[in-house]
Write a new protein. Structure first.
Length: 256
């Protein structure tokens, strides 16, 4: 695989919700280790595009390639199977369980014989693995055995994003983030920001949807702007400025 093969590439994507054309001929790609900021006003089609990437919606037209291989997703499981993980705003963590359990959810290690036959989960191993994975990501969060219901919003967001990272870390992959910092304060936003940078450094491709322009400007290598379902800009951050980006978002600036 060459350096230039995108981790994820969408071509000519069109998606209708009844009469609403939410996406109209959108091309999009993200490279391994790249952070792409996906911007646009309310209703521009950002979440819809993420849902196409994550297999939650099937496009009316268009093609999807993962690591250069044409593919079609019927469900989010299909996308997850090839290393694409979406982090939703509502997080989907299991509140009463601890951090380690949440990180390993669905892939819990079993204890050795004879406990494995009756499905005893190896909590020690789980906490060890989780601590290892988080430290590779540079995450220092609450102790692994603390229930998620006792975490703050920001800590939960970090766990949710870390979980997605842990799932794709071994194989490389793509993480889709829809407004990951919308509900967070300054310090918690910093935490999530650091985590996003660390994930990219591990080779994970990241698509970041946000209304927070300074955040996007801090993190993104490339910026893509949607306006009423069409892509109006796709440009390296170093080749543009925030005024232009705002112009594309509002429609004041002509499409590239
Ligand atoms: N389930 C749905 N059924 C019908 N129309 C929808 C549905 N979801 C989104 N839309 C419409 O599709 C368009 C794009 O919506 P989308 O949620 O992708 O926008 P967005 O860019 O994520 O906006 P926001 O910044 O407000 O989250 C909008 O016109 C919206 O009303
Ligand atoms: Mg949205």
């Amino acid at each position: 695989m060459s350096q230039t093969t995108p981790a994820l590439k969408l071509s000519n994507i069109e998606l209708h919700y009844g009469y609403v054309r939410a996406l109209d001929g959108v091309d999009f790609h993200v490279q391994p280790g790249e952070i792409v900021g996906l911007l646009g006003d309310n209703g521009a089609g950002k979440s819809t595009l993420l849902k196409v990437m994550s297999g939650a919606h099937r496009p009316t037209h268009g093609t999807i390639e993962v690591n250069g291989q044409a593919t079609a997703f019927h469900t989010p499981k299909d996308a997850a199977a090839v290393g694409i993980q979406m982090v939703y705003q509502d997080l989907a963590l299991v509140e009463a369980q601890d951090i380690a359990t949440n990180l390993q959810l669905g892939r819990e290690p079993l204890r050795g014989f004879p406990f494995n036959i009756i499905g005893f989960v190896d909590h020690k191993a789980m906490q060890r693995t989780s601590a290892e994975q988080l430290s590779r990501l540079g995450v220092r969060t609450a102790p692994m055995n603390r229930p998620v219901e006792m975490l703050s919003g920001g800590q939960r967001q970090v766990v949710a994003i870390s979980r997605a990272a842990v799932r794709v870390m071994e194989s490389g992959g793509v993480i889709l983030l829809d407004e990951p910092t919308a509900a967070l304060g300054y310090e918690q936003t910093q935490l999530v920001e650091e985590l996003i940078v660390k994930m990219a450094q591990q080779g994970i491709a990241i698509v970041l949807v946000t209304h927070n322009l300074p955040l996007c400007y801090n993190l993104a290598h490339r910026i893509v702007v949607l306006n009423r379902g069409r892509k109006v800009a796709d440009i390296a951050k170093t080749e543009t400025d925030m005024d232009s980006v705002v112009g594309w978002i509002t429609g004041a600036k002509k499409a590239m």
